[in-house]
Ligand binder design. Structure first.
Ligand code: ZN
Length: 296
């Protein structure tokens, strides 16, 4: 497939309805390349990635949007983080799952058990953070999302998601509340048309063809796409900062006991190792920083 991983915004002219589509292949593959997840979780993460990007595209902010499905069954956690990067203007994603080994042939909902769904916003350009939690209801990732939107927001939102284990895709329609609608039937009509979408169409059609096929009698304006790529924000520096917060004594006792301390990133599978000399340097820097502060 030739086209890149892209997020597209569109709107229906002369209505208050806007939409997004997203198509992921490379970023989806790379995000999960070091993980050996069963198909049901791989597909759920793909749908959650698509959903996160669709929602992030509706927000005017730089920073991170994190979606979490927290389960009490064999599935403990699905996490997807989507970041609107201020420096490059593109969207990045990373994802991970925690679950009991040897999960059998169960549906996603059976694996979740009695779970909850959580959305966290962490803006990087000022603005307030936000966290919302709802119980998990519905039979699919898109139903979980729609239930969340119904419970927590005034904005009417519909979401369609698909993942075939190789690509993930999605479409979102949203009715902005602020404008008086002259075309009273527009929301029902566009939703009805969008509901006819097949998973294969979401996964395989370029956005122009998809919108033409679904909404050929509507006046749709499609905007230029925004690139999506995999990116993990972990680094040796960020891990060092976390270790400093644990404190010198704690770190030294672990290294004393095991010879080295290893921190593993669940998102990108990177291993960060700290031995005795590394740990000494961690805290030398710390002393240096606090000494230079005390001079002011
Ligand atoms: Zn990482």
């Amino acid at each position: 497939m030739q086209y890149r991983d892209t997020l597209h915004r569109f709107n229906f002219e002369n209505t208050s309805i806007r939409g997004n589509t997203v198509h992921l292949h490379q970023s989806f593959i790379i995000a999960l390349q070091n993980q050996d997840y069963p198909d049901v979780l791989r597909n759920a993460l793909g749908e959650l990635m698509a959903a996160g990007l669709l929602l992030a595209a509706t927000l005017k902010m730089y920073g991170a949007l994190v979606l979490q499905i927290q389960g009490r069954g064999a599935l403990k956690l699905l996490v997807v983080e989507c970041c609107h990067q201020q420096e490059t203007g593109d969207m990045t994603l990373r994802a991970t799952a925690k679950f009991n080994e040897h999960i059998s042939d169960q549906t996603l909902m059976e694996l979740i058990g009695n779970g909850q769904f959580m959305i966290t916003l962490d803006p990087k350009n000022g603005g307030e953070g936000y966290q919302g939690i709802v119980p998990i209801e519905g039979g699919s990732v898109s139903e979980i999302l729609e239930n969340y939107m119904r419970r927590s927001e005034q904005i009417e939102t519909s979401i369609w998601l698909a993942c075939d284990g190789n690509s993930a895709a999605g479409m979102l329609l949203q009715k902005l509340p602020e404008r008086q609608e002259t075309d009273q039937d527009a929301w029902n009509r566009t939703n009805h048309l969008a509901s006819t979408v097949q998973n294969e169409e979401l996964l395989e059609l370029p956005v122009e063809s998809l919108l033409r096929r679904l909404f050929h009698e509507e006046d749709v304006r499609l905007y230029e796409g925004q690139a999506v790529r995999f990116h993990c924000s972990c680094s040796r520096d960020s891990v060092s900062n976390m270790l400093r917060m644990l404190g010198k004594e704690e770190i030294e006792s672990i290294i004393e006991e095991r010879g080295e301390l290893e921190v593993h990133c669940d998102f990108c599978n990177q291993h960060y190792r700290f031995d005795k000399i590394d740990s000494e340097q961690l805290f030398i820097t710390d002393v240096f920083v606090s000494a230079s502060h005390s001079r002011h």
